[in-house]
Design a protein around this ligand. Structure first.
Ligand SMILES: [Zn+2]
Length: 70
């Protein structure tokens, strides 16, 4: 699975990709290009065993994985 983390403040508890983009834009004036570029810049591939059970990413793993990587 892949976790999106803010490249500036390293926050990673976003409800979805849109929340992530809004945070970056509003908080840091960051703009991203295509989705693939977002994943390249901010996506952190993690083994599922390394994700804490209470990490919000666990409840939405598929939403954060680009279709091309499935
Ligand atoms: Zn941030």
């Amino acid at each position: 699975m892949t976790v999106l983390a803010c490249p500036v403040c390293h926050r990673d508890d976003f409800a979805n990709q849109q929340g992530f983009l809004n945070h970056c834009r509003l908080s840091h004036n960051l703009e991203f290009g295509p989705y693939e570029q977002i994943m390249l810049q901010c996506g952190t591939p993690v083994d599922e065993s390394e994700v804490p059970l209470d990490n919000p990413a666990r409840s939405r793993p598929m939403g954060m994985i680009p279709a091309a990587a499935r």
